[in-house]
Design a protein around this ligand. Structure first.
Ligand code: FES
Length: 208
């Protein structure tokens, strides 16, 4: 799709944050993803033109990081951690149960376009295993039932609040804009670091 003059102006403002414009490649990929829901070929070409990079260079970055999608995902993209600790704490069970519940495979999208599922690697939240992320927001200490409830709520347009961060779960496109550096001001409204994360700090400071 063609980009509007307003969208191109936003891209220019993102590029202007950096002393070397090629440094804007990752936020620009998130921004393109916030428009169409995934990184389109048109987006890759435009980023290349803007940053004086070859299309192949932009594609190389886009395909290296799993946060960038080359095809549409759901309005609520559910990442289930199946790395070692989460897996043994129930992540593998959750992953299998949710795929069966939604009748989709890994990287699949429900027929209504609302929910997609993928297994993800460690998200550095092992103290809350098993961890599920939706549009990169944390859902800690999950169970098979809680994630079934989560995806059912998302399909009904009423997902539960993330455990930490924003108090309302925003859509995949909306959170892609946040990752591009376009703040919605919500990141700090809910709980930040949880009790298990702060325990080591307390001990280091001589507390309980
Ligand atoms: S193993 Fe799942 S968050 Fe670290």
């Amino acid at each position: 799709m063609a980009f509007t003059s307003e969208q191109i102006s936003i891209m220019d403002s993102i590029i202007a944050r950096y002393p070397r414009k090629r440094s804007a490649i990752m936020p620009l990929l998130h921004y393109v993803q916030s428009i169409d829901g995934y990184v389109t070929n048109e987006g890759i070409e435009l980023i290349g033109q803007k940053l004086d990079l070859a299309t192949a260079e932009v594609t190389a970055v886009s395909t290296f990081y799993t946060q960038y999608k080359s095809k549409p995902v759901g309005e609520y993209h559910v990442g289930i951690c199946t790395n070692t600790l989460c897996a043994v704490m129930g992540g593998d069970l959750i992953f299998d149960a949710v795929k069966e519940h939604l009748a989709i495979e890994n990287d699949g999208v429900t027929s209504d376009g609302k929910v997609s599922v993928e297994h993800i690697e460690c998200n550095a939240a092992c103290d809350y295993a098993p961890v599920v992320m939706v549009n990169w927001e944390f859902y800690d200490n999950q169970t098979v039932q809680s994630v079934k409830d989560l995806v059912d709520g998302a399909r009904a347009g009423n997902p539960p609040a993330p455990t930490r961060g924003p108090k309302t779960l925003r859509s995949w496109k909306q959170n892609s804009a946040v990752l591009a550096g376009i703040s919605d001001g919500l990141a700090n409204e809910g709980l930040q670091a949880g009790e298990p994360t702060l325990l080591g700090l307390k001990k280091a400071k001589g507390g309980a």
